[in-house]
Design a protein around this ligand. Structure first.
Ligand SMILES: NC(=O)c1ccc[n+]([C@@H]2O[C@H](COP(=O)([O-])OP(=O)(O)OC[C@H]3O[C@@H](n4cnc5c(N)ncnc54)[C@H](OP(=O)(O)O)[C@@H]3O)[C@@H](O)[C@H]2O)c1
Length: 334
């Protein structure tokens, strides 16, 4: 099969589209013929060696979102050949499973769900991991209508889906975005936009505290976001996975994040401030089914910023690396 692969970590030039052996199915896995796969910030961090480099095995195929056809499943599997499936691969605290920027993958069955017929492969691949992350950060079933939710980076992959999930739960959504993206996040559903290039969200929300903050930026945003929460509120800290927006070294970023989480957990547990909820998203087919139903009924719509063929995987990674996608970037295999 064809796959985008790298044999050493580094900048995007280490990526090459090459012929590799097709994957073999292990216990609990199904072989999926991939139609489309999302590109995520994590792909860039892992490739650059910024995500626990010691734990990475090379050569490596990037990619953790998946949408395609089941090619082969074990007897008794819930899936059969030809099923349309989607999902995300698991990322642990210091390890990551990747491999979707390729024509085929042996994927864990427990990470997959059926794609609703109303949803295309492209939409499914672009949505899977950001929607699961947004769902788990918002803790959707705990949201109550009328609550005020602040979602940072509303124009990004996680952000623009989180806005829609929070709106669908009946909350009042405030988001941060740059000037060029304010209209986009309003169209996606945000009730209020704070243009972070000219306004400080802490000042804007000083006398109007919120119930929930979803933060995928971290760094100094953590303490500042906690400051705009009600004491009874919740700070969903989407972990940056070994890298910080502020560009600290890997070790410093990691230690800072661990310290922020510990501090937040203690404050929350002692009832001295908002609860701190570290978010490390994990595959969840039940949540995918619910997200799929919202997509099928038009209540959640993914915005695909740019689509690249597999041959241009390097360009796709470079586009992601600029850090300014509006919605999602996609790689298609045909
Ligand atoms: N822990 C987990 O399970 C997990 C899962 C998925 C992702 N993540 C991490 O979460 C982070 C976000 O992922 P993503 O897929 O949403 O990224 P993304 O799509 O690349 O998001 C980029 C967005 O961030 C916005 N942005 C940048 N600086 C900002 C600021 N100061 N204030 C407000 N918005 C800002 C940009 O919008 P503008 O152009 O408007 O600035 C851009 O739209 C990454 O670090 C990723 O690795 C963690």
């Amino acid at each position: 099969m064809r796959a985008c692969q790298y044999s050493r970590t580094g900048d995007s030039t280490v990526l090459n589209v090459v012929e590799v052996a097709a994957p073999l199915r292990a216990k609990g896995e199904v072989i999926v013929e991939i139609v489309a796969a999302g590109v995520n910030p994590l792909d860039v961090k892992v490739r650059k060696g910024e995500f626990f480099p010691i734990a990475q095995r090379l050569p490596k195929i990037p990619g953790c979102d998946i949408a395609g056809y089941v090619q082969e499943a074990a007897p008794g599997s819930q899936f059969k050949k030809g099923d349309r499936v989607w999902g995300m691969l698991e990322t642990g605290f210091c390890w990551v499973k990747t491999g979707t920027h390729a024509e085929m993958i042996a994927a864990p069955e427990k990470a997959l769900a059926l794609i609703p017929k109303e949803v295309s492969f492209e939409e499914a691949a672009a949505t899977a991991s950001v929607a699961i992350t947004a769902w788990q950060a918002l803790d959707v079933d705990r949201l109550r209508a009328g609550q005020r939710v602040l979602i940072h980076a509303g124009s990004g992959g996680i952000g623009h889906i989180a806005i829609q999930l929070a709106k669908n739960a009946g909350t009042h959504v405030i988001t941060t975005a740059s000037t060029g993206n304010t209209r986009f996040v309003q169209e996606v559903g945000a009730d209020e936009v704070i243009d972070y290039t000219c306004a400080d969200f802490v000042k804007e929300l000083k006398n109007r505290p919120v119930d929930v903050v979803v933060d995928s930026l971290g760094g100094d945003y953590t303490a500042r976001s906690r400051a705009v929460l009600k004491k009874s509120g919740r700070y969903a800290h989407i972990m940056a996975n070994g890298w910080s927006r502020l560009g600290y070294g890997i070790l410093m970023s990691f230690l800072l994040e661990v310290w922020q989480i510990l501090q937040g957990l203690i404050v929350g547990l002692l009832g001295m401030g908002p609860k701190h909820q570290p978010v490390g998203a994990s595959p969840n087919p039940q949540q995918l089914n619910r997200i799929g139903a919202l997509m099928a009924s038009g209540k959640v719509k993914v915005h695909i910023d740019k689509t690249f063929p597999l041959e241009q995987a390097r360009a796709a990674h470079e586009y992601q690396e600029k850090g300014r996608p509006r919605g999602k970037i996609l790689i298609t295999m045909k």
